[in-house]
Design a protein around this ligand. Structure first.
Ligand SMILES: O=C(CO)COP(=O)(O)O
Length: 143
C-alpha cells in the first residue's frame, strides 16, 4: 500500500509514537509524508519515507495530487482540531479528494489504529485492484 503520514505540530509526538508502535506493519509498505512529519518519523524509526513539502508550503496539495492520480491507498492525517492552520484550504482539499476517490483516511489515532489493524488483516486489499502497481513495488522493497 502507498500510505501518507501527516500530523499537525501538536500531534506529531502522537503520530511518531503510533508509527513506532506499528513499525513492523508500516515497514512492508511504501510511505509518504509531509516535510516535518516525515523527518520526525525517520529520526525515530528505521522507516524510509518519501517526503514532500511541508504542509504550509504545499505538502498537503502534493499528497492531494497523488490521491487524484489514484496513487495513494491510505491517508493517516492526525489533525489538530484546536489550532487554526494558515493552510486550512489545502487541508480541506486533501480530505475532500479522499472522499472523491474513496481513499481510506484517518484523522485521529483511534481510527488510524483500527485501519492499520484492518490493513494488516488484508481488509484493504481491494485497493490493489484500484492501484495494482502497489503490490509489485512492495514485493520488490519488502525485507
Ligand atoms: O501542516 C501539515 C499538514 O497540514 C504538516 O506539515 P509538516 O509535516 O511539514 O509539519
Amino acid at each position: 500500500m502507498h500510505i501518507a503520514l501527516i500530523a499537525h505540530d501538536n500531534k506529531k509526538d502522537a503520530l511518531v509514537n503510533f508509527v513506532l508502535a506499528y513499525e513492523d506493519i508500516f515497514k512492508g509498505h511504501t510511505l509518504y509524508a509531509t516535510g516535518t512529519t516525515g523527518s520526525r518519523i525517520m529520526a525515530a524509526t528505521s522507516l524510509l519515507i518519501e517526503r514532500v513539502q511541508s504542509g504550509p508550503l504545499g505538502g498537503d496539495q502534493q499528497i492531494g495530487a497523488r490521491i487524484a492520480e489514484d496513487k495513494m491507498d491510505l491517508v493517516i492525517f492526525i489533525r489538530d482540531p484546536l489550532t487554526a492552520q494558515p493552510h486550512d484550504p489545502d487541508i480541506a482539499a486533501l480530505l475532500r479528494l479522499c472522499d472523491v476517490h474513496n481513499v481510506p483516511v484517518a484523522t485521529n489515532l483511534a481510527t488510524a489504529e483500527a485501519i492499520i489493524r484492518a490493513m494488516d488483516h488484508g481488509d484493504l486489499n481491494w485497493r490493489y485492484v484500484v492501484h495494482p502497481d502497489a503490490s509489485k513495488e512492495e514485493k520488490r522493497t519488502r525485507k
